[in-house]
Design a protein. Structure first.
Length: 358
């Protein structure tokens, strides 16, 4: 059985023109799996790049393709490497950073880099080769430093690790948190590459969620908020405020136990997170089972996707629970969506999902 990819471009203007295209097939049932593992990024020329997993001759492999906005042509998917559960990040100067899990009896975290999405560096092993390590999640800060987190260990002895990479070298490898049954993580650096602050979240012990901020010059992280639920997401940006100078804004959507999508959000001065305020609001009682988030378009809001039993939905939300339903995919069986990240475009949102077919 093959799985179909679909791709959608949605205008954020009132006209809401959109297009939907089949771009690839995969034999892997979880081709675009894991809601915080970004599979799709944009560059400064508005080209779109995608990674996913497939199965070729019995091996799990990582495939890549991209969309040239000028010619409006998709490239043919090509194999980047063997491995599984890829995630891709892009820097301010459009360097691609690929993280994935190595095939084998013990899962390890691997890294490759590319300047053009065609030629990639050799593999760099990031995790302990003797310890089960899964779910790499990554972003890039203002200095070009790549920050990648993953989960090490299993069951009640799980560890959240952070590794920082520059010029293909590991600068720092840190244990961020030790908690039982860590199952989900997410990370976001500053969307406009304004600083080196890290925002991240961890889901552990079935339904506990912690949201953290970590300043660039401090080893210790600050706990911003704690709640209960699943599917934690993070997005982080700022806009100019005449009172507090550059004011940061973060939005942390998640799903609670009854399928409501809720958002934790706040604004604060960037220096030392002074004048920090954190709030929580209900976005929608949608019976959601999956959510992933895009960039923050300050001061207006941000885009996110959610899945329920009826289909896949794209929503634009602001502070205080205000939102607008932008589009829906209610045909077929969409699952495992991923929404484009970095180099925000005001009039388009790009996202992909997997759909099954016989």
């Amino acid at each position: 059985m093959k799985k179909l990819f679909s791709y959608i471009i949605v205008s954020l203007c009132v006209i809401n023109l959109y297009g939907q295209t089949l771009i690839a097939t995969s034999s892997h049932p979880d081709a675009t799996a894991n809601h915080n593992q970004r599979k799709i990024v944009r560059d400064t020329l508005d080209n779109v790049y995608i990674v996913y997993q497939d199965i070729i001759e019995g091996d799990t492999v990582i495939m890549g393709l991209y969309f040239d906005r000028m010619s409006e042509i998709w490239t043919t998917p090509t194999q980047i490497t063997t491995g599984k559960n890829p995630t891709i990040s892009i820097s301010k100067d459009c360097i691609f950073h690929l993280f994935y899990e190595l095939n084998g009896s013990v899962t390890n975290i691997m890294y490759r880099r590319s300047d053009d999405f065609n030629t990639w560096t050799g593999e760099l092993l990031l995790s302990d080769p003797l310890v089960e390590s899964v779910l790499p999640i990554a972003d890039v800060d203002s200095s070009g430093l790549v920050n990648v987190m993953w989960i090490s260990g299993e069951d009640e002895e799980t560890i959240l690790r952070l590794c920082r990479i520059k010029n293909d070298e590991i600068i720092k490898d840190t244990v961020l948190l030790e908690k039982p049954y860590i199952s989900d993580i997410t990370i976001a650096n500053h969307l406009l590459f304004g600083n080196q602050t890290i925002m991240y979240a961890v889901n552990f012990d079935i339904d506990s969620i912690y949201y953290f901020s970590k300043l660039e010059f401090f080893d210790e992280a600050d706990l911003l908020y704690a709640t209960e639920g699943t599917n934690p997401c993070v997005t982080y940006n700022y806009f100019y405020d005449t009172i507090y100078d550059f004011t940061s804004s973060f939005h942390f959507p998640y799903i609670n136990s009854i399928g409501q999508v809720r958002s934790v959000y706040g604004d604060h001065a960037t220096v030392g997170f002074k004048n920090q305020y954190v709030y929580e609001s209900l976005l929608g009682d949608w019976g959601a089972k999956y959510v992933c988030v895009d960039d923050v378009l300050l001061p207006l809001g941000y885009s996110f996707l959610f899945l329920n039993d009826q289909g896949l939905y794209h929503v634009f939300a602001g502070d205080g629970g205000v939102y607008k339903m932008m589009d829906s995919i209610e045909t077929g069986s969409p699952y495992n969506p991923s929404i484009a990240y970095r180099h925000f475009r005001f009039d388009l949102v790009d996202f992909i999902w997997t759909d099954s077919t016989s």
